[in-house]
Design a protein around this ligand. Structure first.
Ligand SMILES: [Zn+2]
Length: 209
């Protein structure tokens, strides 16, 4: 039986680079892979942007209402027609933006169709709450693997702080509105709590009321 994998990390932990490397490893052995990602990532469109400068387009995007199981079967049959061979692996970038139902579909692809599905994504948002796709992957994936990156202080970074106009901000929508200029910094829990005044996710609201 194939497995559903979730390889998660803070921002800048090299997730897209790892995805492209995994695709390359399959392809250099003559295997076919499919690359997909949720369609809400409008800034980058279809591109998988690796910080090492190796970029590649996904084979398809998944909109919020798309059936991830049927969409995969459609693209799988195209690969079979073109190459006369089945897909060996489905690789998903930005998997934190998947819906819960889409993650369930990915589990069905792995188990019922016996095709490994490897999802890369961010575990939590800038408020330290899980993204919907990440929450479901943490619940059901067969394999969880953390991709590590380093905080400014040298500890392992686990959180993503949002910065705007030179200061950290701890309130706002999970995904920053297009046009709003924000950057993110990967921080360890110690540095995050220092910047947030000791507060995590909804405690920020409670403390201000
Ligand atoms: Zn730190």
């Amino acid at each position: 039986m194939a497995k559903l994998y979730f390889r998660y990390g803070a921002m800048n932990s090299g997730k897209s680079t790892a995805l492209l490397q995994a695709a390359h490893n399959y392809e250099e052995r003559g295997h076919q892979v499919l690359l997909a990602k949720p369609g809400v990532d409008s800034k980058a469109g279809r591109a998988i942007l690796s910080r090492l400068g190796v970029d590649r387009s996904v084979d398809y995007l998944l909109g919020d209402n798309d059936d991830a199981y049927q969409t995969f079967q459609h693209h799988r049959s195209q690969v079979q027609e073109r190459h006369g061979t089945d897909v060996s692996c489905l690789l998903i970038d930005e998997s934190q933006f998947l819906t819960e139902h889409q993650v369930n579909d990915l589990m069905r692809i792995a188990v019922l169709d016996n095709i490994p599905v490897i999802c890369y994504g961010i575990r939590t948002d800038f408020r330290t709450s899980a993204f919907p796709g990440s929450r479901r992957l943490l619940e059901i994936a067969h394999s969880l693997e953390e991709l590590k990156t380093i905080c400014r202080c040298g500890r392992k970074a686990v959180f993503n702080a949002r910065c705007a106009h030179g200061t950290y901000i701890f309130e706002g929508d999970q995904v920053a509105i297009d046009g709003m200029e924000v950057t993110y910094e990967s921080l360890c829990a110690t540095c995050y709590l220092r910047e947030s005044g000791g507060r995590l996710n909804r405690e920020w609201h409670v403390a201000q009321d």
